[in-house]
Write a protein that binds this ligand. Structure first.
Ligand code: GLY
Length: 578
């Protein structure tokens, strides 16, 4: 009898181990400790904010608790994240914001992306032989487009805000003046960009110590010039940034570099209201960003291509699922190169790109168990380097109002140029243009004719603030930083949540992969695929590049009236609410 009990115990233990292995091997995901999880995930009843900054999430909450509405909170969050993530975003940059009004079910889409200066042109970044001029679009005055963030926020606030404008800027002023502790990602960015920061007096003084070294983790970073600039922005509804002393200081620093941005460029900056890109996936409505972002269009296109498959029964990280999803990504990126650009300047066939018919035609190109090669689609070009940057935040209230916004200065510390006396890090968004029709940008993405530089044109983006709705009710609000990976990370998180029905935490934590047609490879973020999965994909003809790629999804789901926030556990950030 004793032996029988022992035997049963053994069988049970072995069975449990097998079940545990089987469950764990179904998909890989990031694991974090309980304390980290507590910071990054929250469920609450009334209001939820997910951002990439702890001080920033707190700023949003402070404004809501002081009687502001969701827009006031979004404005406060935007200014605060400009202070807390100076390597990723800021008032020297731009972005996109979508506000979904629960009552009217209308999406208000704001584009405050940088614009090319009046004196720029198609050959701005190439020499007389047509060769790309190294670094001109990345560092210093020529790299910066005319920033749109401040005027964008002022317009959004005028249209939809409730609290006094100057109050919404106060948390950011406090954060800049009192400082905050340098966290690992900020320290890493300071180290990686040290040589570029050393080139400019104010950049060096703010972001490096006296010895010219990055501030250590834990050092309290105070940005007094930025605090003063924000005070002026608070007092002038942002106008001084475009026509006053701040504008003069920006132009002086840019022109010291012999670059072209002028007072006329700043005064003439235009915020655009646009129509959202809309699509659907198995009964869910998708709302996302139109050009000059490529993001929304290609998220809808990828979902359209995949809609015909039963990915759920295949499994979230089954090689077949990864193959089909990667192929859909490849086909979308091929069209990105060919067609995408600022639709105010070039015709972008949005209806076709987002149509189910076109997706069905593309689907026919996908082979069973065999990778599509770049060669069979087009000829290659050389690669660029790929740092992480940009930021995203999401807000949702119990009524179902939503704000999603992605903002950026492009690469880490943008152009590395801090306009003297202002604390403003100028963007290097000009690099998001195609320097030539066959060039590649910071993210290794191929350029195209439609995205060549033109005066007052907006560079092509991948930023994809996105919303998922079902039967008129909000399901999910999300977005992420990380260049061309933005749109594939957003598409995958949507698939993880609504197709594979993973809980929100797992939908964000699951291993991510990315295929952008060129380079011809599936890039995998840690934790990498299981060995067998990798082998099966390699047997289909895929090259697998195991190299992290920096997406940081900020998601909020409405689950039966409860607001469930997840701020990506891979990075610095926080879900807060009440
Ligand atoms: N600068 C990155 C993007 O706009 O996609």
């Amino acid at each position: 009898m004793k032996n029988f009990i022992k035997m049963s115990h053994l069988v049970l233990t072995i069975t449990l181990i097998f079940i545990a292995i089987a469950c764990d091997s179904s998909y890989r995901q990031v694991k974090v400790d309980a304390e980290n999880k507590k910071k990054h995930e929250l469920i609450s009843d009334n209001f939820m904010i997910t951002t990439q900054g702890e001080g920033t999430s707190a700023a949003g909450l402070e404004i809501i608790k002081a009687g502001g509405n969701i827009i006031d909170a979004a404005v406060a969050v935007s200014f605060a994240i400009s202070v807390e993530r100076p390597h990723s975003t800021g008032i020297g940059g731009g972005g996109f914001l979508i506000y979904y009004d629960a009552k009217t079910k209308k999406s208000h889409v704001y584009d405050f992306r940088e614009m090319a200066p009046l004196k720029s042109h198609k050959k701005y970044f190439v020499d007389a032989e047509g060769k790309q001029i190294k670094d001109k679009s990345l560092t210093g005055g020529f790299a910066a487009g005319t920033p749109g963030l401040v005027r964008g926020l002022a317009k959004i606030h005028k249209d939809l805000g409730k609290m006094d404008w100057d109050k919404t800027v106060q948390p950011a002023i406090k954060l800049a003046r009192n400082g905050f502790k340098v966290y690992p990602a900020l320290h890493n960015a300071m180290s990686a960009e040290r040589d570029r920061l050393l080139k400019f007096t104010d950049s060096k003084e703010i972001f490096l110590n006296k010895a010219g070294e990055p501030w250590p983790i834990g050092h309290v970073l105070v940005q007094e010039d930025l605090a003063k600039t924000l005070e002026t922005i608070a007092q002038t509804y942002g106008e001084d940034f475009y026509t006053g002393d701040i504008a003069k200081k920006i132009v002086a620093s840019i022109q010291e570099q012999k670059a072209d941005m002028s007072m006329q460029d700043l005064a003439g900056y235009e915020v655009k209201k646009r129509d959202a890109i809309k699509g659907s996936y198995k009964g869910y409505e998708i709302i996302s960003m139109p050009p000059p972002s490529s993001g929304g269009t290609h998220i809808v296109q990828i979902l359209n291509i995949l809609e015909d498959y039963d990915l759920k029964s295949m499994g979230v990280q089954n090689p077949k699922t990864i193959h089909l999803t990667s192929a859909a990504m490849q086909l979308a990126f091929r069209d990105r190169q060919r067609y995408m650009g600022d639709s105010d300047f070039v015709d972008v066939p949005l209806k076709t790109l987002t149509s189910k018919d076109y997706a069905a035609r593309l689907r026919k190109l996908i082979k069973k168990n065999k990778a599509l090669s770049f060669e069979e689609l087009k000829t290659p070009s050389p690669l660029g380097k790929e740092p992480e940057h940009t930021t995203h935040f999401s807000l949702m209230d119990k009524e179902g109002n939503i704000v999603v916004s992605t903002q950026t200065i492009n690469g880490w510390f943008g152009s590395a140029l801090v306009a003297e006396g202002t604390g403003i890090v100028m963007n290097n968004e000009m690099d998001d243009f195609a320097a030539s029709a066959s060039g590649v940008n910071l993210f290794g993405a191929l350029g195209g004719e439609n995205n060549l530089v033109e005066a007052r044109k907006r560079p092509l983006s991948s930023m994809s603030p996105s919303i998922v709705i079902k039967d008129g009710k909000p399901v999910l609000a999300l977005g992420t930083p990380s260049g061309t990976r933005i749109l594939t990370c957003v598409a995958q998180t949507i698939l993880n949540y609504i197709e594979h029905e993973l809980p929100l935490w797992e939908a964000v934590a699951a291993t991510r992969y990315h295929h952008q047609w060129y380079p011809d490879e599936i890039r995998v973020d840690p934790p990498y695929f299981y060995t067998n999965t990798k082998k099966e994909l390699q047997a289909m003809g895929y090259k697998i590049n195991e190299k992290g790629f920096g997406c940081s999804i900020q998601a909020i789901a409405n689950e039966n009236g409860k607001l469930h926030g997840v701020s990506d556990m891979r990075g610095y950030g926080q879900a807060v609410g009440f």
